[in-house]
Design a protein around this ligand. Structure first.
Ligand code: PXG
Ligand code: PLP
Length: 452
């Protein structure tokens, strides 16, 4: 019996039965809880209930980019709660929310000047899609109803997000609930052409021309928007080929189609810049964001919108609601306070530059795993990387679970999905910590062979 199994047979102090865990193997977790129940978190480390320290290889779920318990965020939240805990989101305002919108507009690429707040990436995506559909309609182009996503795209779990998303497992239960008229671009991952690419692959820009094919098929007059993650995160850090996003931009502009970047992971520094849009030099019409905007201290997301898209809604009687959409917690003062503190730290501590300086260390450490048993591909950009592993025959996904468990034994909290291991370490990581993380992954990969 291995260490985790042995520990797990000890009766857990917590009754695990009632909680239906999201995106988790519930039965397996509840049988093997050892080192998976977290008691506390500081900086780049968690401590499990057993007292084991774990390096936070994915910054929570790509969101706690400045590390846990940041003192400036903690102070901001305490002050905020004592000042005003909640302010009604509809027909009332809280000045700090307006001020955050102004800051985000200033940070975003030129032209993206209006901000709608929500509470998660899923809500940000559904909101962006609704804005796109309604925008065309208020301009008298109501026939533009199609939305184009991409294979392997992850856009959260709302009905809109799973419709444009391209992860089959997230879609297959809900065929009746997919938005009508959605189509998908192909993804850009091809081992034969671009395995072990560092940063942006040189191959693959032509795949953006598939949009031209969809335009020819459906006619531009029926297409409202294209939504893509600049880098596909959940699918395993699939980096856009050189020239690819530029071509999507060109085609969208030519055909009056809105281009939405889902920057839930790529926003706020993960790419070494404010947004993926900045890193790749391509300006979309809307940016959906969440996660890193406030270091995940309190749920917050939103959509940054081109000014003229917003302005198109500002018609009709002035006393009437212009866009019938919003959430009880839109612009929640606690979430807003955490965002101001996070942006202060990002700006004042030069965090984007720090990510850029750590990127070569992460790239070197991760690509040093090339040649280890059953490593099929390694990809990286910014402070994000993924390793695809050859599955154990007949048991897809099992190898990554075992590598994950081995990582817990080595003091590393890896993220696994399918047989891919993804890392997105905190911006406060040191080069030494990144090297240690990659070495632990090497040991885990060696320990968990494809064939026993
Ligand atoms: N869009 C993108 C691009 C995302 O990455 C969402 C939307 C949805 O956000 P919410 O806040 O509704 O979860 C996401 C979320 C992983 C992982 O391990 C990725 C996400 C969430 C959890 C795990 O890659 N992305
Ligand atoms: N369901 C009911 C019955 C509600 O009253 C509301 C909000 O008032 C919602 C759902 C939506 O909740 P939220 O605004 O937090 O998304």
């Amino acid at each position: 019996m291995n260490e985790i199994a042995a520990k797990s047979t000890q009766r857990a102090a917590t009754n695990l039965d009632s909680y239906w865990m999201p995106f988790s193997h519930n039965r397996y977790f509840k049988q093997h809880p050892a080192y998976r129940l977290l008691a506390s978190a500081h900086g780049a480390y968690y401590t499990t209930v057993e007292g084991r320290k774990l390096f936070d290889c994915l910054s929570g779920l790509w969101c706690v980019n400045l590390g846990h318990g940041h003192p400036r965020i903690a102070a901001a939240l305490q002050k905020q709660f004592a000042t005003i805990d909640y302010s009604p989101a509809f027909q009332m305002g809280y000045p700090e929310t307006f001020r955050l919108a102004e800051r985000l507009a200033a940070m975003a690429p030129a032209g993206l000047e209006r901000v709608f707040f929500v509470n998660s990436g899923s809500e940000a995506v559904d909101t962006a899609l609704k804005i796109a559909l309604a925008y065309h309609r208020v301009r008298g182009e109501g026939a533009r109803v199609r939305l184009i996503g991409r294979e392997r795209g992850y856009h959260g779990v709302g009905f809109g997000g799973i419709s444009v998303g391209g992860i089959p497992a997230n879609r297959k239960m809900f065929p009746s609930a997919q938005l009508v008229g959605v189509d998908h671009l192909p993804h850009t991952l091809d081992y034969r052409e671009m395995a072990f690419s560092r940063g942006q692959p040189k191959w693959g820009a032509h795949l953006a021309d598939e949009l031209a094919r969809l335009v020819a098929l459906h006619d531009a007059s029926t297409i409202a928007a294209v939504i893509v993650e600049p880098v596909q995160g959940s699918a395993g850090v699939i980096v856009p080929p050189v020239g690819y996003l530029e071509r999507l931009r060109e085609l969208c502009t030519r055909h009056g189609i809105l281009l939405i970047f889902d920057e839930v992971i790529t926003g706020f520094g993960r790419m070494g810049a404010a947004f993926g849009a900045d890193r790749f030099g391509v300006v979309p019409d809307m940016i959906a964001f969440a996660k890193g905007v406030n270091n995940a201290a309190v749920p917050l997301g939103g959509v940054i919108v081109r000014k003229d898209i917003h302005d198109a809604f500002m018609n009709g009687p002035e006393h009437a609601v212009e866009f019938c959409h919003g959430y009880t917690y839109s612009g929640h003062p606690m979430a807003i306070a955490a965002a101001h503190a996070t942006l202060d730290v990002l700006e004042q501590e030069g965090m984007f530059a720090r990510v850029r300086s750590l990127e070569p260390a992460l790239e070197a450490a991760m690509h040093s795993l090339r040649g280890e048993p059953g490593v099929l591909d390694i990809r990286n950009i910014g402070l994000a990387a993924a390793v695809d592993l050859e599955p154990i025959a007949g048991s897809p996904g099992l190898r990554a679970v075992k590598v994950f468990e081995h990582g817990l034994g080595e003091g590393q909290l890896f993220r696994f999905t399918g047989d891919t291991i993804a890392v997105g370490p905190p911006f406060i990581s040191t080069g030494e910590e990144l090297a240690r993380m990659a070495e632990a992954l090497r040991q885990a990969i060696r320990a968990v062979r494809v064939t026993p």
